[in-house]
Design a protein around this ligand. Structure first.
Ligand code: HEM
Length: 362
């Protein structure tokens, strides 16, 4: 098998920081990265969320509202302005709130900014009045340059997330299945240790002040690490599906619950274990989930994945799962990781409860 490196040629520089790839390394199974054209210098991932005190059916109006902006196409003959890709996902949080979010991706910050202005999203967002809104709203947007973004896919065929905008596929890649491979796929980590800021959780009383009637912007943090790690078992045959639901799903859920409820022990500010929802029925029946987590720095995310019993249970469970299926696996896994500068982050919460997303950060 000819292996290629995940970092595209045009982003390769002389390494100051050595990679951790073991000598003569051959990963035990193939993996792929998304490839973007040279002229794609940054991308945008936006999480546009609506928060309700339970699932009541009222979320339909919120979805329609956001969709009216996302599908905005501009004047005839004008280039389409909406996201290059978007989908909906949902999670009920520990306070019992139902959070439904659009995940939307653009190929550049300029394209995103043009959309926010021309579609009317920006003026609608600015005009949201917590006294008038029946639900909370949140906006979490990331603007990584391509050297601060990496992906890994178990399948080279089916894209997810930002890779829906890909120009091609790189692989099979060399940098995977050993600890440290995520960092080795990030171009910026050739020369930058990506140190973050000290993990600071807001004291409870401060968080309590962020009550349901406020609009709060949370400042960005140096080298915040974002992971969206997805699972798709839609195409599995009955035997594999049963095994996934029985053995993998529970350990994954336990890992995500740990990050959500005790993330402060490992540098994780926020973790949502989300179901992709069907755009028509609004049901979470797509057999696709993902964990979306925000860590104070890449090293904390690495440490949790390498050392914490919850990810080790996921990792170990997967090796057993693969063995039981004689390594013939239809389950698809992917992740995308962004390590962003403060000015490459935007967090705003309007009328959300104080444990929402980065509201917990000081
Ligand atoms: C790495 C399994 C979910 C975080 C890995 C690796 C495996 C694995 C086999 C090494 C793979 C490689 O580099 O190719 C799984 C399975 C999952 C799952 C089977 C779900 C069914 C998650 C989730 C997160 C996560 C939800 C975080 C939200 C990580 C990180 C690494 C990793 C950060 C990279 C570590 C490094 O390269 O240093 N996982 N994982 N995983 N996983 Fe998971």
């Amino acid at each position: 098998m000819t292996l290629v490196t995940a970092i595209p040629d045009h982003l390769q520089v002389e390494r100051i920081i050595p990679a951790s790839t073991p000598a003569n390394y051959e990963p035990p199974f193939p993996a792929y990265s998304a490839q973007f054209a040279k002229d794609v210098s940054s991308l945008v991932m936006a999480v546009i969320g609506a928060q309700f005190p339970g699932k009541t059916g009222k979320e339909e109006a919120a979805i329609s509202k956001v969709n009216s902006f996302l599908t905005f196409s501009g004047e005839a003959g004008e280039e389409a302005l909406g996201p290059a890709f978007s989908e909906w996902a949902a999670v009920t949080d520990p306070k019992g709130y139902y959070n439904i979010t659009a995940l939307a991706y653009w190929k550049s910050e300029e394209a995103y900014q043009r959309w926010t202005t021309k579609s009317g999203f920006s003026s609608w967002w600015e005009s949201l009045d917590t006294q008038e809104q029946e639900n909370g709203w949140f906006l979490e947007v990331f603007f990584p340059t391509m050297d601060r973004f990496e992906t890994v896919f178990s399948s080279g065929e089916i894209p997810e997330g930002a890779a829906e905008m890909r120009d091609g596929v790189v692989g099979p890649i060399k940098e995977h299945v050993y600890w440290g491979s995520m960092r080795d796929r990030l171009a910026i980590a050739q020369t930058d240790t990506l140190k973050g800021e000290e993990f600071l959780k807001a004291p409870a009383e401060q968080a309590q002040n962020g009550n349901l009637s406020r609009r709060i912007r949370v400042p960005g943090k140096q080298n915040l690490a974002i992971i969206r790690s997805g699972q798709d078992w839609a195409d599995t045959a009955p035997e594999e599906r049963k095994l996934y639901i029985k053995t993998m799903h529970p350990v994954l859920e336990a890992g995500m619950n740990f990050l959500r409820d005790h993330g402060d022990e490992v540098g994780c500010y926020s973790c949502r274990f989300m179901d992709i929802v069907d755009p028509i029925t609004r049901n979470a029946d797509k057999d696709r989930t993902f964990g979306l987590a925000y860590f104070d720095e890449l090293a904390s995310l690495e440490k949790w994945s390498r050392e914490h019993p919850t990810h080790l249970a996921i990792f170990g469970g997967f090796l057993k799962y693969a063995a039981q299926l004689n390594n013939v696996i239809t389950l698809r896994l992917f992740h995308e990781v962004l390590v962003v500068k403060p000015e490459q982050q935007l967090f705003e919460y309007v009328g959300c409860h104080p444990e929402t997303g980065m509201l917990v950060a000081k």
